[in-house]
Design a protein around this ligand. Structure first.
Ligand SMILES: C[S@@+](CC[C@H](N)C(=O)[O-])C[C@H]1O[C@@H](n2cnc3c(N)ncnc32)[C@H](O)[C@@H]1O
Length: 242
């Protein structure tokens, strides 16, 4: 089978885009602050940048790349029970065909008191048109995020349904809590308003410089509690293993 060069492609964009690094530094700082001390497993690590923000990270992805510690499917992870204190995902849950399978694996791998920390798209009145019309991944609210096979995530690791995390921790939250009682939803934060969309994310263009992004990020932090529900582009979720 031909090699998939997307990991190298996205890593090259990351390396050549200081504004993206600035925005992700802020994301990683928030993620690191929510991890408990000990070993962290990153699934869907892609360009592999979390290691710069956090110690003791095992970085994995389903697509091979020279910088990864292991190639692993988030839905069937090759590690022993109770071997991690944290599991981190950045933009991965909404790519999974069977999110339920990952949640079961996470319960198995986490020590008691361990955490899943994930950063995912948030679909809000402001972000919806951008994600729906400005991004190649779909936004489909008709899906059941806890169903046997969710459409969007699938054979290609970059297929996705960006609505999935918003559904799972919004409309389906009660069912998630009933079906995964060991995973306590400790925190659900809506963040990221202007800097991320204006940076173009992993696309080659940007409307911001890194220093302007720093100013925007400070401003966003200030207005986050008021604007989060209507304007956020990101959902930060912390689940703690009881
Ligand atoms: C949008 S990228 C995010 C990459 C990286 N976390 C980042 O923030 O730059 C989604 C990543 O999830 C990976 N992925 C998709 N399905 C996966 C699966 N079943 N198991 C593990 N990784 C998967 C993809 O290969 C890809 O690297």
């Amino acid at each position: 089978m031909a090699k998939d060069h997307r990991p190298e492609h996205y890593r090259a964009i990351w390396n050549g885009k200081p504004v993206l690094q600035e925005i992700y530094r802020d994301y990683y700082r928030r993620i690191a602050a929510r991890c408990v001390p000990g070993r962290t497993l990153e699934v869907g690590g892609g360009s592999g940048n979390l290691k710069a923000a956090l110690d003791q990270v095992t970085c994995t992805d389903i697509l091979p790349a020279s910088w990864l510690d292991a190639v692993a499917d988030a839905q069937s992870l090759p590690f022993a029970d109770g071997s991690f204190n944290n599991i981190v995902l950045v933009d991965v849950l909404h790519h999974l065909a069977i999110p339920r399978a990952f949640l079961c694996e996470a319960q198995r791998l986490l020590k008691p008191g361990g955490r899943i920390v994930m950063l995912e798209p948030a679909i809000t009145p402001m972000s919806w048109p951008c994600y729906r019309y400005g991004h190649q991944e779909g936004v489909d609210f008709r899906q059941d995020p806890l169903g046997p096979q969710h459409r969007g995530g699938g054979h290609d690791p970059f297929e996705a349904n960006q609505a999935m995390p918003t559904l799972l921790f919004g409309r389906f939250r009660g069912r998630f809590e009933r079906e995964f009682p060991r995973l306590h939803l400790k925190e659900l934060e809506k963040l990221s308003f202007f800097a991320y969309p204006l940076s173009g994310g992993f696309r080659p263009w940007t409307l911001l410089t890194a220093s302007l992004a720093r100013v925007f990020l400070r401003l966003e932090n200030f207005v986050q509690p008021i604007l989060g529900p209507v304007m956020a582009f990101r959902l930060l979720v912390v689940l703690e293993q009881r």
